[in-house]
Write a protein that binds this ligand. Structure first.
Ligand SMILES: [Zn+2]
Ligand SMILES: [Zn+2]
Length: 413
């Protein structure tokens, strides 16, 4: 596959490279397995096509597959939208409010961030998603979120078919001994005999597909709720972290300013309409953004520049108040922490009471950062970095001795 992709030189076909990654391969594999098994299961064993219900069921299953794939490919190939190379603001004086990206040789438009994997500045970047092997941002936010909604719905339908297939096929074939369960797979259950009898292989495949469908429902459904929150507040995960650092900066220097996030239009419906339109194209051009009253066009980028100047605030210091084992979906940290466990390639780290952590970004219930290691830690370990639940740590008081700002900088602005 890799060599195939490197041979293809045409610009449009170049996009096919996006398939050459574990994310799309696994995602498409799961979609193919669940929909094929659900259709086969219905037609062969559970709900034959010659019944009205069976036909409706089959059409519905096809619909899920088509709509899921349509939104998946839109998110993948339409992409987030990139800031044009060499872009500068219309009014050249405005460039003082913006950061400059050396790679793209362009100013970073408001809400855009440079993605190292895409190697471009991405409009309204939320995150780089390995499952679509592309960034999630301005242009594909709606199709990405629709995919996250449709995939669990399709999976629930498929899971129902799998359960019913196994139930109707295994009914009367099960016999229970005092410590054994026997399944008699020799006799076919349905009359007339299906083309392929429901044998052991079919049973195993259906069970496997059921596992896939249920796993997908849980994982993807959770991502849907996270994305809906982001859209309804019009605040990306990156921007939530900028806001958090803004609060930290203002508190630390005891400033009078209040940071108001400028893109939340104040109503969920207005925020929703910015992303979901009838034409399928989100409002605006991805470079200029409508702002709420009282905010400056560049409120957010000015805050980012202030944070960049203030080295201290690029990370926020936390103290560990409760041990954490480092497991992926911890059951003892609360329901919300469990269901919002970040599913990325990045690891979770083990925490011990009394340790300190420098967090560089965060979600509502999770933080990502570096452990501050002392000399007692074995040599050879340079850094321990990863995710941990927010409720295991508390923010360090601002005037911690090791955390002094240079003299004169404090209370100066
Ligand atoms: Zn860039
Ligand atoms: Zn990216």
């Amino acid at each position: 596959m890799g060599t195939f992709c490197s041979v293809v030189k045409f610009e449009n076909l170049q996009e096919l490279k996006r398939f050459c990654h574990w994310g799309p391969i696994i995602a498409l594999g799961v979609i193919a397995t669940c929909s094929t098994m659900a259709m086969m299961g219905s037609v062969l064993w559970y709900w034959p096509l010659h019944t009205t219900g069976g036909s409706v069921n089959f059409i519905l299953l096809m619909n899920w597959t088509v709509m899921i794939l349509y939104n998946y490919f839109s998110a993948m190939f339409v992409g987030p939208g990139f800031v044009p190379l060499g872009w500068k603001p219309e009014n050249s004086q405005d460039s003082v409010y913006l950061q400059y990206c050396k790679v793209c040789q362009a100013y970073k438009a408001p809400r855009s961030h440079h993605c190292r994997k895409c190697n471009r500045c991405v409009m309204k970047m939320d995150h780089h998603c390995p499952w679509i092997n592309n960034c999630c941002g301005y242009q594909n936010h709606a199709s990405f979120t629709l995919f996250l909604l449709l995939a669990p719905l399709g999976c629930i339908h498929a899971a129902f078919i799998f359960v019913m297939t196994m139930y109707t096929q295994l009914y009367n074939r099960l016999s229970f001994g005092w410590n054994t369960v026997k399944i008699d797979m020799s006799a076919a259950r349905r009359d007339p005999l299906p083309i392929i009898p429901f044998g052991l292989a079919a049973f195993a495949a259906t069970l496997f597909a059921l596992g896939l469908a249920l796993g997908t429902t849980r994982a993807v459904g959770m991502l849907f709720f996270i994305q809906m929150k982001i859209i309804l507040r019009n605040k990306t995960s990156i921007e939530s972290w900028i806001e958090e650092k803004a609060k930290d900066r203002i508190q630390y220097y005891q400033l009078d300013e209040v940071f108001v996030f400028p893109y939340d239009m104040g109503s969920r419906w207005k925020n929703f309409k910015q992303m979901f339109t009838w034409s399928g194209v989100p409002e605006g051009d991805g470079l200029d953004w409508p702002i709420r009253e009282g905010c400056h066009q560049y409120s957010l980028t000015i805050e980012q520049l202030k944070q960049k100047a203030d080295k201290r605030v690029r990370s926020v210091r936390y103290k560990v108040i409760e041990d954490y084992s480092g497991t992926c979906c911890p059951l003892n940290r609360g329901v919300k922490t469990f269901f919002t466990s970040p599913c990325t390639e990045e690891p979770q780290i083990r925490l011990q009471k009394g340790e300190f952590i420098l967090a560089t970004r965060g979600l509502r219930y999770w933080l990502y950062g570096d452990k501050i290691l002392d000399d007692s830690v074995l040599e050879g370990v340079s850094r321990i970095r990863g995710w941990f639940p927010r409720n295991c740590v508390e923010k360090c008081p601002c005037d911690a001795e090791t955390d002094q700002a240079p003299e004169g900088e404090k209370k100066n602005r």
